[in-house]
Design a binder for this molecule. Structure first.
Ligand code: NA7
Length: 539
């Protein structure tokens, strides 16, 4: 066997987004021999791939960045909700100040990994034929590494340009004078629609389920304003670890049903004016538990949207009187002028809820009613095989040689959302059965990564050959994930949180819904008590 790269490492990280960067930097500081593989040509993870027009983050600053003073002290953002270009620049800046690049192999796609119990090492292969060995494997692949494109008939026959949002050409697509289509109205579709409604001749939007989108309070932020706040950052970053959603705010200690409707609406208006996710995970404490409270929020939201739309029929499609699912149980997007676009004569809304897309023709999109919608350019904004897809994509096998996709066919199993039986010495931040995607990314990533680093350091001190999750605790963790979800309204929505957006995927809650503080307490107690539920095998 040849090891083309000759890599024999302490730690191999897959992915150079927030998780990969943080773990590389910290583990290298702790003295480990670490390398990173990444499929893209540069740092940033999702922010490299998702460079479609209008792509921007919906967490406001300074929540969506590393809490590392060596990065934040001299970094300045331009906008409250930064766009993809700025986020790419941020990652390039991290590379510069943390000296990351020398330990990263870009354009490297992992296509297989299996742990060898005898040598106590992972053997990881790449698409271009390289093999690396490492004692620890850390998949840092995020929640959106596996894009989803419905298998429409005739997809390959389209003669114009067609792109999935997460596989966008780096040279942007020129749509001036063209007829465009956006399929999907999740966060991504909404952002593209805002741009293409202005840039193209005609835009047709294909909507299956309306997104309950919150007004984004976007604004420029000056260097001075940021500099003046930086002395508060340590306090703010501590605060984000103490809230349910990993933000610098939390649910209020108030139930929607305790207030009369005027009081409730006044409170909601104050959140609405913030223009951020306070209207989602900073509102009533029972919003995701009580249908009545949830409907109060829905009705408030709907009144805001309907008031901006000229055509009542369009308004009923974008913000129906009866909610298609409980408010906020599919991830809301933040919009700037999304709804206003539908008042323009060149923007058309097609509901594909009961009239689905059945075929793509060389010159357009055909719906079930037989109508051909002629277009020149299509943006496919149909989302991702979220969270689990990213890990299955890497072709991971357990020590018996069974593929992860087969192991998870009837349901996801992890221990604490961090490790798995059959995958010794493998730990993954921001993966399934952790508070992933209910919690602001960088906050959760830093907390889980710190746990991983401490576990590896201790294992090395104690001469441990490998650490492996046991079966029974995994089963208990899976039940706990279900129990937490069943106390909420989330299972009522056909969302990607429930795996319900992918045909054939098992319907189950993919994330931990107990909130960040409870999660952190659970994993930290586990670590401090000597990792009950894990088997530790010594050299
Ligand atoms: P999402 O949120 O999964 O949105 C995908 C959209 O595509 C959603 O509106 C879907 O409708 C729609 N969709 C999916 N399949 C079809 C078909 N076959 N026909 C028509 N429409 C379809 O993905 P995004 O990329 O927008 O966002 C992902 C996350 O990235 C986001 O939540 C943020 O966390 C960042 P549906 O609602 O399933 O009826």
């Amino acid at each position: 066997e040849t090891y083309a790269d000759n890599l024999d490492l302490d730690v191999l990280i897959v992915g150079a987004g927030f998780s990969g960067v943080y773990l590389l930097y910290k583990l290298r500081q702790a003295g480990f021999k670490v390398k990173v593989y990444d499929a893209s040509h540069a740092f940033g993870g999702v922010w490299r791939w998702n460079c479609y027009p209008g792509a921007r983050v919906d967490s406001d600053l300074p929540a969506y960045e590393f809490s590392l003073p060596e990065v934040y002290k001299n970094w300045t953002w331009k906008e409250r909700f930064p766009g993809w270009q700025e986020l790419q620049e941020y990652f390039d800046y991290c590379d510069h100040v943390l000296d990351l690049r020398k330990d990263v192999s870009f354009n490297t796609v992992v296509n297989g990994a299996q742990f060898d119990r005898e040598s106590g090492k992972w053997v990881v292969t790449t698409e271009d034929g390289r093999t690396a060995k490492a004692k620890y494997l850390l998949p840092c692949v995020g929640f959106a590494a596996k894009r989803y494109v419905p298998d429409w008939k005739g997809l390959d026959t389209f003669k114009g340009e067609i792109h999935h949002s997460s596989f966008w050409p780096t040279e942007d697509v020129d749509v001036s004078g063209k007829r465009t289509a956006v399929i999907g109205t999740g966060s991504t579709g909404i952002q593209i629609i805002q741009e293409w409604a202005k840039a193209s001749k005609e835009l047709t939007v294909f909507q299956r389920t309306p997104n309950m989108s919150i007004k984004m309070g976007q604004r420029k932020v000056s260097a001075e304003e940021q500099q003046n706040r930086k002395h508060m950052y340590p306090e703010l970053f501590k605060k984000r670890t103490e809230s349910f959603g990993g933000f610098c705010f939390d649910f209020v200690n108030k139930k929607g049903t305790e207030l009369d409707i005027a009081e409730a609406n006044a409170f909601l208006q104050s959140l609405w004016d913030n223009g951020d996710f306070t209207f989602w995970v900073g509102t009533f404490s029972d919003i995701f538990k009580d249908q009545v409270t949830n409907k109060i929020v829905y009705d408030f939201w709907r009144s805001k949207v309907v008031g901006r739309l000229n055509d009542p029929a369009v308004a009923e499609l974008l913000a129906p009187k009866e909610p298609p699912h409980p408010w906020g149980c599919k991830r809301p997007s933040l919009e700037q002028d999304f709804y206003d676009q539908f008042n323009k004569p060149n923007v058309h809304l097609v509901s594909v809820k009961h009239n689905p897309i059945v075929e793509i023709k060389p010159n357009g999109i055909v719906t079930a009613d037989g109508k051909l919608h002629e277009v020149d350019v299509i943006a496919v904004a149909t989302g991702f095989d979220a969270v689990t897809g990213s890990m299955i994509n890497m072709n991971l096998k357990n020590t018996e040689g069974t593929h992860l996709r087969d192991l998870w066919k009837d349901g996801v199993r992890t221990y604490l959302g961090l490790a798995m039986k059959g995958f010794p010495n493998m730990f993954f931040p921001y993966g399934p059965q952790a508070p992933t995607t209910f919690v602001n990314g960088p906050t959760l990533i830093e907390l889980q990564s710190d746990w991983i680093i401490e576990v590896i350091k201790k294992a090395e001190q104690d001469g441990v050959k490998y650490i492996e999750a046991e079966e029974k605790p995994q089963e208990e963790w899976a039940s706990h994930i279900c129990e937490l979800a069943d106390k909420t309204l989330f299972p009522l929505a056909d969302s990607w949180y429930m795996g319900a957006n992918i045909p054939g995927k098992k319907r189950e809650m993919i994330s931990y819904l107990g909130g960040l503080p409870a999660y952190t307490q659970t994993i930290e107690e586990n670590r401090k008590n000597g990792l009950p539920g894990f088997k530790l095998v010594k050299e």
